[in-house]
Design a binder for this molecule. Structure first.
Ligand code: 0X9
Ligand code: ZN
Length: 800
């Protein structure tokens, strides 16, 4: 073993030079490389090594064929790291301690390559957090000044907190002393973080021990590791050689991992079969483990159900199912393998959300590896803000540290490109992108002003049918909060395929497996979908819609066997006016898409299931004709008196109230109500709420650092409302800065608008590649266009 000299030490990490070896195996044996050390068994070669550092080991295995790799602790045989991709492009990361003896095992799973190149690298991780008892506490910070003071104190702030308090991670008595001396008070939320996280892990272990097989289609009882996803995809493909096709996406992750998928159809390897495609994805966000589990279980559902369950059999025959369980493999494996802290602090890698992009970080933050760097879990781009659709607008950040960082350009991230290119080359007519958590089924638009598509009634009804099974709330995603650059805000507006975000589960990003995965998937208590079929039934509902031509478009005709039918479209779409870091809107960026997919004619009659030829972006917006004018604007006075500061509950604490009425037909037709107040200084903070007759807050505007608030209520039911105005913060020692300019304004609904129609360019190519015919085909959702003899150019004499 040749270990080189340590390179110049970046702040947190010391990288040791790589060790290289060539592995050799005379035969291939398809089996798990990570299950156990296999010694001298056929198809295996291994290397012994000793960790020169405490920190991370990274093993890369490259070459032709399909080799896998696993690193074991020599004494116990426990897996330290593994990778089991479809080809020999393995990246395995794991935690080691100095002088730990390891066995690095290469396994030739398949293919013709007798050798593979092994590289072992080490990163020393300085133990930044010594073995102190760590607590999570809520520090009382009633005013913004308190919050600022706490931020300046240099304690470890988590992202948690409310209006009255901020969540802080105390690393030991020293931190407690700091808080006390600065005069802060706090409540202990978690007295011993390590114990807390370990208790959760034990609950998972107990479940796995108690239950041999869960009600999931795979029977699994615990969260998968990345290498288990990879291995299971290969094994499923081996078990179902005609029904399943494993694949990797055309681009690798930032760290060079392959992104794996599996597709399921009666003849899976014949990908150009003209069938409508349902794409089911997970783990855009690293920490959202149940999202990958759900996607993977769906693959098992279809494969194990085909030929046994009549409904599944007939739906699989009519469709093509693509499952990409882990879109963000770099982030996922960091989150999945990280030592549990459970505190959302910067170095709580288990709570990583984004990918591993470092190019946008300032130079001093670019150092170190993704699993151990000075920016901790905050390195990277939010893949669900990086898609080109409406990119750069509200609900995404221009700041590289933000958990919703949009990236340097629309579609800049390789993981996003990989998904986008895949969708552009298939007719993905339905899509679910799984996330955790909030019990929601979301559809576009991501921002209110984008307005709903013409398809809104059909789209909403489909969402609701799925929600009937999982018990979630189905709504347009702007109702949750603004987002731009999300998956389906690109895919829907640019391809026309119906896409939804599932936010699985009521709370936490990866709750205990039993509740977060088994119960949500199978529809068992305590899931909201208990007794209603759960996400399994929701996905089946989506598959049924995939099989139903009412939800997409069909091009039919006749064509000679083996000729290639192709639909093609190129267009440029503007992003949002791109907001700069101060929130100022600049020019939109024109983004070019090329959609191109083909179908090998079966001979005789064909049916090509495609998305509508007109993009929803162009087709128009769904709306409603006003039946009466909007109500006139209404100015209101500031009631007498000055309410005391209230940073707690707006309704039970001090506040002012101004009643107003929203009128309905026949007198008025109000589709949008805006309540406005303003004041002098941006350091003053008034907050504004709209409360309905039942006392429920139905809209709010509670920003800081502004001189106004505008609370917007969309589609209000006619009736009595109250504006509730809260004095959140006055600047100490300054004269009272009271609000003025109270105003309620009303807007009419916007009528439906329709745009022009777009066409697919349809071509038929002879087997030798020569073009036999080219046509423009306009086809709407739910319609079939028959081309007759599709490979004959109209106006030309019949083909011979
Ligand atoms: O913010 C997100 O990306 C999603 N929530 S999560 O907690 N999983 O991060 C919600 C996205 C909702 N918006 C759209 N799908 N447009
Ligand atoms: Zn998410």
């Amino acid at each position: 073993m040749a270990l080189g000299v340590a390179v110049a030490a970046p702040p947190l990490a010391v990288a040791e030079a790589d060790q290289s070896e060539t592995l050799w195996a005379g035969q291939a044996v398809p089996r798990s490389c990570f299950a156990k050390p296999l010694g001298n068994a056929p198809g295996v070669d291994s290397v012994k090594t000793t960790a020169p550092v405490t920190g991370l080991v990274r093993v890369r295995l490259t070459g032709p064929g399909d080799w896998d790799v696993a690193v074991f602790d020599k004494k116990t045989g426990a897996v330290v790291a593994a990778s089991a991709g479809l080809r020999t492009n393995e990246v395995a990361d794991g935690y080691v301690t100095k002088d730990q003896e390891l066995v690095v095992q290469g396994c030739r799973y398949g293919g013709n390559a007798r050798t593979a190149q092994l590289r072992i690298g080490w990163t020393e991780v300085q133990d930044t957090q010594a073995a102190q008892r760590m607590q999570v506490v809520d520090v009382d910070t009633p005013t913004r000044a308190d919050k600022r003071r706490l931020q300046a104190l240099g304690v470890d702030l988590t992202e948690g907190g409310g209006e009255k308090s901020l969540q802080v991670l105390l690393h030991g008595p020293e931190d407690e002393r700091k808080l006390r001396e600065a005069g802060f008070t706090w409540k202990v939320r978690i007295p011993d973080l390590k114990k807390h996280v370990e208790a959760n892990a034990r609950a998972d272990q107990r479940y796995a021990q108690r239950v041999a097989r869960s009600l999931l289609p795979s029977g699994r009882t615990s969260y998968r590791h990345l290498y288990e996803y990879e291995y299971e995809i290969k094994e499923l493909a081996r078990r179902y050689p005609t029904l399943a096709r494993p694949f990797i996406l055309p681009r690798q992750s930032v760290e060079g991992r392959d992104i794996h998928g599996i597709e399921i159809a009666v003849d899976a390897r014949h990908i150009h079969d003209g069938k409508p495609v349902f794409l089911n994805m997970g783990v855009h966000h690293a920490r959202e483990w149940p999202s990958g589990e759900h996607a993977m279980e769906w693959a098992y559902e279809l494969l194990t159900g085909y030929g046994k369950d009549a409904r599944i059999t007939s739906l699989v025959r009519a469709t093509r199912n693509v499952v990409i369980p882990v879109v963000n493999p770099d982030g996922f494996t960091i989150s999945r393998e990280a030592p549990a802290k459970g505190d959302f602090s910067v170095f709580d890698y288990e709570m990583k959300r984004k990918n591993c992009q470092a190019a946008d970080s300032p130079p001093d933050m670019r150092v170190g590896v993704c699993a151990d760097n000075p920016a901790g879990r905050l390195r990277g781009v939010d893949l669900n803000r990086n898609y080109p659709g409406f990119w750069g607008g509200p609900g995404a950040s221009a700041n590289w540290r933000s958990d919703t960082f949009r990236g340097s350009a629309p579609g800049s991230e390789p993981e996003v490109r990989a998904v986008r290119e895949f969708i552009s080359q298939r007719q993905v007519t339905t899509l679910i992108t799984n996330h955790t958590y909030s019990n929601l089924i979301l559809r576009p638009p991501g921002v209110y002003d984008a307005r709903p598509p013409l398809d809104e009634p059909t789209y909403a009804a489909l969402g609701q049918r799925m929600a009937d099974h999982n018990g979630y709330t189905s709504e347009p995603s702007w109702k949750l909060y603004d987002t731009t650059g999300s998956t389906e805000d690109w895919s829907f507006w640019n391809t026309g395929g119906f896409g939804f975000t599932f936010e699985i589960g009521p709370s936490s990003f990866h709750p205990p497996f039993e509740t977060g995965v088994v119960a949500e998937y199978a529809g068992l208590p305590p899931a909201a979908g208990a007794g209603k079929g759960g996400n399994r039934a929701a996905y089946l509902e989506m598959l049924q819609a995939t099989a139903d031509p009412a939800y997409h478009a069909v091009i039919t005709g006749t064509a000679p066997e083996g000729w290639k039918l192709r639909v093609h479209k190129e267009f440029a779409t503007p992003t949002s006016p791109v907001l700069d870091s101060s929130g100022k809107a600049g020019e939109p960026i024109m983004y070019e898409d090329v959609l191109d997919s083909s179908y090998i004619a079966p001979g005789g009659e064909f049916a090509f299931h495609v998305n509508p030829s007109t993009r929803p972006y162009v087709a128009g917006r769904y709306g409603r004709d006003p039946v009466a004018p909007p109500s006139p604007p209404y100015a209101f006075e500031n009631p007498p008196g000055q309410p005391a500061e209230n940073t707690g509950d707006p309704l039970s604490g001090p506040h002012e109230e101004v009643p107003f009425t929203v009128e309905g037909p026949p007198r008025a037709d109000n589709a949008k109500v805006t309540v406005h107040i303003e004041w002098n200084s941006p350091d003053t903070d008034w907050d504004l709420y709209i409360v309905d007759a039942d006392g429920t807050i139905v809209a709010q505007s509670a920003t800081g650092g502004t001189r106004e608030e505008n609370a917007v209520l969309a589609d209000p039911a006619p009736g009595q409302y109250k504006a509730v105005i809260v004095n959140y913060d006055q600047v100490d020692g300054q004269p009272f800065d009271d609000w003025t300019g109270g105003k309620v304004t009303f807007e009419n609904p916007k009528p439906t608008t329709t745009g022009v129609k777009e066409a697919w360019t349809f071509t038929c190519e002879r087997p030798n590649g020569k073009i036999a015919s080219v046509r423009s085909v306009i086809v709407d959702r739910g319609r079939t266009v028959d081309l007759g003899d599709a490979c004959r150019q109209p106006g030309k004499r019949p083909r011979r």
